[in-house]
Write a protein that binds this ligand. Structure first.
Ligand code: BGC
Length: 756
């Protein structure tokens, strides 16, 4: 049982000889690894050592106490450490210990140094241990690190460069803790809004998510500089995000064509920019658990996509082939299945049974040595590429920017650019009068945790004891911007505290700000059966609306919770996603007009729980009961988001009416900020395939660019498209661009081109 115990335990780091370890933390081990040639090394390794490299255990396995009942998870148990390293030659360790929370930079260094020092004595040819961590929105398990908006909010910025910067910082601060491997980014497409991990995705669209994926990988990784970079891990290959029930790790039914059309391209793009590792989908697709699927893990991933990096399982997933999926009768059979399907490393993660079983399987000839050598080579190459054979721990002085203002400014910019203004009747926002009487309420108003979501200091992110001091909640940030801010929570996330008192207080206010939220959660603990926002929060807004005062909703949701019944009761809706530690400031600054919102929805916001239709749906889904073509009526459309200023589009030009082979076409448009404030706009180019052998979508995003325009400024934006941009997966599972007419759509402009 993983982190399913949500007890969060206070840490003190113990390490037997502290002063000695401070020295070691800064020691360079470059001479500690006698053999660095991977092939030579493999030729010297025993089968036990090779299998050890293929195993990964949780920090809890080498810590004092029971794995899931740790009092001091950072207290390393030297005899357990010896078992892991000397007996089992474990090649990788992960995370913070079951149910545990964030660890200080100094303590990370001590833990990792202690592991590496012990490891030096584990064999005649020691191999560095690779530590891996979930740094999901910043180095969230490193105390004092910069926390960014979650991925869904990063996607809402439509600013890939900002996503790159956030990932560069995340890598820097992860390395600062001595950790070279980050289990991020999530490249699963967010097309099932019920899913508890929706917020971990870059949204529903292939084009947008691909752009973000490429920059995230580039920000995390580098082939030349290891000091400030880490290995990225593409998650979770493949089709994890699209379970039928919407519950985590439940069956997905995805045709091979759709798998390739929607769910593969983000991974393909990440591989093309050198993603070093991949984590496998815990679930099943069309009846086959992905961990046992040779077609996906070897034929597709290796033979077709040419991925040469390391494939790690997700949590305990080899054993789950027996006890969850029931496709293997014994753990031994499961180990054979997974390894032969293409797994390189098992996130076991609580014991060494995997090691014993794999050794047996090799010794009895059920798994060839060559198969083991292949995985070991990939793992050792990764360690080499990451510089682990050269330097085990970097000097603390190499990271002067850790937790700096420079870094939190990037997080603030990301949160600011993510905020998506979904409604603004009569320009109620921004509130320019700083002395207006504001009444603030709702469960997200005064909680840093609700701004950050899961993977924040702890796995589920609900415990507030590790929160970084000085980070402002929405309420605190509003109080910094306005002179008269009155607050009463009114309701918790799902129960009434005192709505009547709220009504009484709101009567004296000029404006009411209701901050709606969702409990931080992810994976199975985040399963819900109804996308509708809990009734009490809807009721709070409903009751307040009876006062006939302007209501501003601020939404901090993990996924697009249905708010249809209150949309008309609100004058403005500020959709903030999970904007991270700087989110409170960004929201308050948006309300005060200090920033001008420029986020656009990276998903289609549904109006009703059973109406999950994406913007790139098929024409048949537009057919209404009266046979008109307007059945598609989301609450808010993909790509939608308002600004406090106004942009005019003109001079739409397409460089050619025909697109041949390797040519490209330039589409240009003039964008003018003719409003009253400086602002940013996202130019979005869509297309429609008029006739195709696979029913075409009514529209699809093909290119975009975010531009920054001062009042009165105009800019010509040029977007380029090539033939492959109009390709799709045909019935033979081949990516093709068919000859025919394509309609380009940009703002209100349309232009047909002929593709040959
Ligand atoms: C999650 C992964 C995560 C891993 C390690 C799993 O439960 O699905 O996304 O990287 O745990 O914590």
């Amino acid at each position: 049982m993983k982190k399913y115990c949500l007890i969060v335990i206070c840490f003190h780091l113990f390490f037997s000889a502290n002063s000695q370890n401070t020295d070691v933390a800064s020691k360079n081990f470059s001479n500690g690894f006698p053999i660095k040639d991977i092939d030579v090394l493999i030729s010297k390794m025993s089968i036990e050592e090779k299998v050890g490299q293929m195993s990964q255990v949780d920090l809890g396995v080498i810590a004092v106490g029971d794995i899931c009942n740790l009092k001091n998870p950072q207290q390393l148990d030297i005899s357990k450490l010896e078992t892991a390293l000397n007996k089992y030659h474990v090649g990788s360790i992960l995370n913070v210990g079951c149910g545990s929370g964030t660890i200080s930079l100094e303590n990370w260094k001590k833990i990792i140094s202690a592991i590496q020092i012990k490891n030096q004595k584990s064999s005649n040819y020691p191999i560095p241990v690779i530590y891996g961590i979930d740094a999901i929105h910043g180095a969230n398990y490193v105390m004092g690190a910069t926390l960014f908006p979650q991925q869904i909010a990063q996607a809402a910025t439509w600013n890939p460069q900002l996503v790159k910067s956030a990932n560069e910082i995340s890598a820097y601060e992860t390395r600062a803790a001595g950790i070279p491997w980050n289990f991020s980014p999530v490249l699963d497409l967010g097309r099932q809004p019920l899913w508890s991990r929706f917020f971990e995705t870059y949204g529903e669209d292939v084009c947008l998510a691909k752009s973000m994926a490429v920059e995230a990988i580039s920000g995390l990784q580098s082939n030349v500089d290891n000091t400030y970079h880490v290995a990225a891990c593409m998650k979770h290959f493949l089709g994890y995000s699209f379970s039928l029930s919407g519950h985590d790790r439940t069956p997905a039914w995805i045709s091979d064509r759709e798998l390739r059309e929607y769910f593969l391209p983000t991974f393909q793009a990440a591989i093309s920019v050198g993603a070093k590792t991949v984590m496998i989908n815990s679930g099943e697709i069309n009846g086959t658990p992905v961990h046992a699927n040779y077609d996906i893990l070897t034929k597709l991933l290796r033979d077709e996509l040419k991925f040469t990096g390391v494939a790690v399982t997700d949590w305990e997933d080899i054993y789950k082939l027996v006890n969850v999926h029931h496709v293997a009768a014994t753990k031994k059979e499961a180990v054979k299945m997974a390894i032969m399907a293409g797994i390189d490393m098992s996130m076991t993660p609580n014991d060494f049974e995997f090691n014993d079983l794999l050794i047996q399987l090799v010794k009895e000839g059920s798994i060839p040595q060559s198969r083991i050598d292949l995985s070991v080579k990939r793992i050792l190459n990764l360690k080499k590429e990451l510089g682990l054979f050269d330097n085990v721990v970097y000097l603390p002085s190499s990271y002067p920017d850790f937790g700096s203002k420079k870094f939190s400014d990037v997080s603030y910019n990301a949160a600011s650019e993510a905020i998506t203004l979904l409604k603004n009747n009569s320009n109620v926002l921004p509130l320019m009068n700083k002395d207006e009487k504001l009444f603030v309420c709702g469960p997200a108003a005064n909680s840093l945790n609700l701004l950050n979501g899961a993977w924040t200091h702890t796995w589920q992110g609900v415990d507030d004891k590790y929160n970084t001091k000085g980070k402002l909640t929405i309420l605190e940030a509003l109080r910094a911007n306005f002179t008269s801010v009155n607050y009463l929570q009114g309701t918790s996330l799902d129960s009434i505290i005192d709505v009547n008192a709220c009504i009484a207080q709101a009567k004296n206010a000029d404006k009411i700000i209701v901050c709606l939220g969702e409990i931080p959660c992810t994976e199975i603990p985040g399963n819900i059966n109804d996308l509708t926002l809990p009734a009490v929060q809807l009721k709070l807004v409903d009751e307040l609306s009876k006062l006939n005062k302007p209501i501003i909703l601020v939404c901090c949701f993990n996924r697009p919770r249905i708010i249809h019944s209150i949309v008309n009761k609100a004058d403005a809706i500020v959709y903030a996603y999970l904007p991270g530690d700087e989110g409170g400031r960004a929201i308050a600054d948006c309300i005060a007009g200090i920033i001008n919102p420029s986020g656009k929805l990276p998903f289609t916001y549904p109006k009703a729980t059973n109406e999950i239709v994406h913007y790139d749906h098929k024409a048949s889904e537009d057919l209404a009961t009266d046979f008109s073509n307007n059945a598609y009526q989301p609450e808010f459309d993909f790509g939608f988001g308002m600004s406090y200023t106004h942009f005019t589009y003109s001079d739409f030009k397409v460089s050619s009416d025909t697109l041949l082979n390797n040519d490209s076409i330039s589409i240009s448009i003039k964008v003018t900020n003719d409003g009253k404030l400086n602002g940013k706009e996202v130019v979005q180019l869509y297309y429609k395939d008029i006739v195709a052998s696979i029913t075409p979508s009514v529209k699809k995003l093909v290119a975009f660019e975010k531009v920054d325009l001062n009042v009165g400024q105009s800019l010509i934006v040029n977007l380029k498209v090539t033939k492959s941009d109009f390709s799709f997966i045909n019935k033979d599972l081949k990516r093709v661009t068919e000859e025919g007419t394509i309609e380009l759509m940009l703002s209100d402009f349309k232009h047909a081109i002929y593709v040959k």
